[in-house]
Unconditional design. Structure first.
Length: 460
């Protein structure tokens, strides 16, 4: 039986990338815990707290040599994985150094710091996916910088934009979140080492120095006081992941609508067998967008769990902290699936320019109503111009004639607006040029963000 997408052989490949599942696997968790213990032994040996032979002895033990099944069974009794883990490692250490293993540390030190090591790898995986997504969307935006399409508000035709502008907006939302990743890494990637109640009594006055050496060995940061019961960093990480999935979901929401039969402006890249229906042979469902939206829907609740863990009692709570063990890996897994599918869209979305033009014409000129009213306003006043065009739009809906013809036959309109001005109001060029300007600004910012997160992608 499986209880999460990370460990399910059926749903796992859909809702988490293989690489992210490996980062948060049981073996990876144990290896991270071993690395933490080895760093602790090394730091303590520098200050004469443990024998100099202990660090090498701990480093020699590999997670593959530990019995995961037994540790799991014993975790049920202990309530935490560290107790059976420590016993399993002690059983493999030489007798002369075994008593010094795990000296002065507590369960939370090992679990939290091991999780941080896993998060570092997970952040690097995310950064490596973000760049090709932003690059793909930037390329798509540049290609369609002047491809006119319908701009929609409240699900209805509003005014012309360009498809390049629409894609640039998608990419900007993703880039805004990506831009926070370097800051988040610095905030979240810190060691936890405080002992039973956070004061690291075993190290005495040398405590801060031992913690600094411990952090240096692991390549992590430190905090002024233990964060056993200060969980803001975990909340910020979870909220960032959920926000990232939300930015991807904005794109996916548009793609689902644009790929609908009635709109037909885009399609997901075709792969035989992908997006089919068990009942309807003709279907090509938007799989990537669907997965992205599912990850977004599933991720939000996990953030609430992390927020709950902030209400930690005294020096260690009973329950809220433990709930994080499932929550953060799930969020990282869901984000990895969303990113994988977003990359598929960014690099392979199929665009139908002709259909976009057809949809611009579908409302018989109503898409230009705002431009027409704007040209009338200086002569008639804003309110009267708006009402005149609104009345003409009603005639278009009921009579079927194009908006331009309705206006051209209205004496109230023709008395104030010459025919050439009317033609100019239905010209797509101003809308295309305006959209292109904003798309270019967005693309410049996206290039800056890509450069900034490049270093994060190379860090593990």
């Amino acid at each position: 039986m499986t209880f999460s997408a990370l460990d399910s052989q059926i749903l796992g490949p859909l809702f988490a990338s293989d690489e992210m599942r490996a980062v948060f696997s049981d073996r990876a968790r144990l290896q991270a815990m071993l690395r933490v213990e080895a760093a602790l032994a090394w730091a303590q040996s520098r200050f004469g707290m443990v024998p100099e032979e202990l660090p090498a002895a701990v480093k020699a033990i590999r997670a593959e040599k530990l019995d995961v099944t037994d540790i799991g069974a014993q975790t049920v009794l202990a309530g935490v994985p560290t107790i059976p883990f420590v016993k399993a490692v002690q059983a493999k250490l030489p007798k002369d150094v075994e008593p010094y293993f795990h000296k002065g540390a507590t369960t939370q030190d090992i679990v939290d710091t091991a999780l941080v090591l896993q998060m570092r790898e997970a952040f690097a995986l995310i950064a490596r996916e973000l760049d090709p997504i932003l690059a793909g969307l930037a390329g798509l935006a540049r290609e369609h910088r002047q491809t006119p399409c319908v701009g929609r508000t409240y699900g209805q035709h509003a005014a012309p934009v360009t498809f390049g502008y629409k894609v640039a907006v998608w990419a900007s939302g993703i880039a805004e979140v990506a831009d926070q990743l370097p800051w988040l890494r610095e905030r979240a990637l810190v060691v936890s080492l405080g002992g039973p109640v956070g004061t690291f009594t075993a190290a005495g006055a040398q405590g801060p120095a031992v913690v600094a050496a411990f952090a240096e060995e692991l390549g992590l940061g430190t905090t002024p006081a233990t964060w056993h019961t200060l969980r803001a960093r975990m909340v910020e990480t979870g909220a960032w992941l959920a926000t990232l999935m939300g930015a991807l979901a904005k794109m996916a929401t548009d793609v689902v609508h644009l790929a609908s039969t009635e709109v037909g402006e885009v399609a997901e890249p075709y792969v035989p067998g992908r997006g089919g229906s068990s009942a309807m042979p003709h279907k090509r469902n938007p799989v990537s967008a669907t997965v992205i939206l599912a990850t977004h829907a599933a991720g939000k609740g996990h953030v609430a769990t992390l927020l709950e863990a902030m209400a930690a009692s005294h020096e260690r709570p009973a329950g809220p902290w433990h709930a994080e063990w499932q929550t953060l890996p799930q969020l990282f897994g869901l984000a990895s699936a969303g990113l994988r599918e977003a990359r598929t869209l960014a690099e392979g979305l199929m665009v139908d320019r002709a259909r976009m033009r057809q949809n611009i014409d579908a409302t018989r000129g109503l898409l230009f109503a705002d431009a027409v009213a704007a040209r009338l306003a200086p002569k008639l006043g804003r309110h009267r111009a708006h009402r005149l065009v609104e009345d003409a739009a009603g005639k278009v809906r009921t009579g079927g004639a194009p908006l331009r013809d309705v206006l051209a036959s209205d004496p109230q309109f023709t008395a104030d607006v010459p025919a050439d001005a009317l033609d100019a109001a239905f010209d797509l060029s101003p809308s295309v040029e305006a959209a292109a300007v904003w798309a270019d600004r967005a693309l410049a910012e996206i290039d800056r963000v890509r450069t900034r997160i490049a270093a994060t992608a190379q860090t593990s």
